[in-house]
Design a binder for this molecule. Structure first.
Ligand code: ATP
Ligand code: MG
Length: 285
């Protein structure tokens, strides 16, 4: 039976999260990450462990059918592949940074400046669009030290918290793009592989839908139930079950983590009791 081949990062920031995602999708990876290639225990899937830089090319060529990597790398490599799903982890941004004591007004600052980066294509496209001439110094890594050693006037690099920039005496002045991990696919999958990709996507979506949400159960007097329903819209609508104790009902619904404390406070004020909050593992909409 044909298997779908997925490429994930061998070692780096995406490796563990990629394996975690597959595990959440019920796909067991038995052999750890030491080997170059392994097979899933209970899904027709082969896993290839590669450098993230190589994944777009391998997926374009069909050496791998699908892959998990940062959008930033997909844009930079600019290969002929489809981005099929945003995965919601490894969020970061690609930003321009300059020495912290420089005065900065706008993008014209960069006119004729030397900018060090590992993302020359994204950067060139950006400045061409803005009509600003810059000279780009391509570096494989440690971009943040480039200004300190006199290699460049500015840098263009991945930022998440900004602490690396501060440590190197830099300040972030422009965010060019935001990035996250994505699932990419070859454009000419066989019907069987398309079907396997659909199955995987179904599972990924079920997992993503449950993220950041909680299941809430509570008891409340019947007269406040209409107000509670307004507060807890649920997926379709909340379930209301009568309690053995007359005049009371139990309400079951789903809430966002972000609204959690606010909603709980409000529910208590309305007279809700016995509020239970449970994590959601998967959610099929
Ligand atoms: P490889 O050896 O596979 O080429 P790498 O050194 O290019 O690895 P990593 O540093 O492991 O790459 O980062 C992989 C991806 O993780 C990046 O392309 C980006 O999408 C994301 N990423 C990088 N830095 C951060 C960060 N500080 N916070 C969140 N995500 C990040
Ligand atoms: Mg890389």
């Amino acid at each position: 039976m044909e298997k779908i081949k997925i490429a994930i990062q061998k070692s780096g920031r995406l490796s563990e999260k990629s394996i975690d995602l597959l595990t959440e999708c019920g796909i067991r990876i038995s052999n750890g990450t030491r080997k170059l290639k392994t097979e899933a225990g209970n899904f027709p899937m082969e896993i290839l462990f590669l450098r993230d830089d190589d994944i777009p090319q391998y997926v374009e060529q069909g050496v791998a059918d699908i892959g998990i990597l940062g959008q930033n790398e997909v844009w930079e490599k600019d290969k002929n592949v489809d981005i099929v799903e945003e995965l919601g982890f490894s969020n970061c941004r690609l930003s321009l940074a300059i020495p912290k004591d420089e005065t900065y007004d706008d993008l014209k600052y960069f006119e004729n400046k030397r900018i060090a980066t590992s993302y020359p294509k994204i950067l060139e496209k950006f400045f061409t669009q803005k009509g600003i001439d810059v000279s780009i110094e391509e570096l494989g890594g440690s971009v943040e030290i480039a200004t300190g050693i006199g290699l460049a006037d500015a840098i263009f690099d991945i930022v998440s918290t900004g602490s690396t920039l501060i440590m190197n005496g830099l300040k972030e002045v422009e965010t060019v793009v935001k990035s996250q991990a994505v699932l990419i696919s070859n454009k000419n999958l066989s019907d069987r592989k398309k079907q396997l990709l659909e199955e995987l996507l179904f599972r990924i979506k079920a997992y993503k839908n449950g993220q950041g949400k909680k299941y809430v159960l509570l008891n409340a007097p019947n007269e406040v139930i209409p107000d509670i329903i307004k507060l807890l819209p649920g997926m379709r609508s909340p379930s209301i079950l009568p309690l053995a104790d007359k005049g009371w009902s139990s309400v079951h619904s789903v809430i966002n983590d972000d609204d959690f404390w606010e909603i709980i406070d409000e529910l208590k004020r309305m007279g809700a009791e016995g509020i239970l909050v449970i994590p959601i593992e998967k959610m099929i909409l």
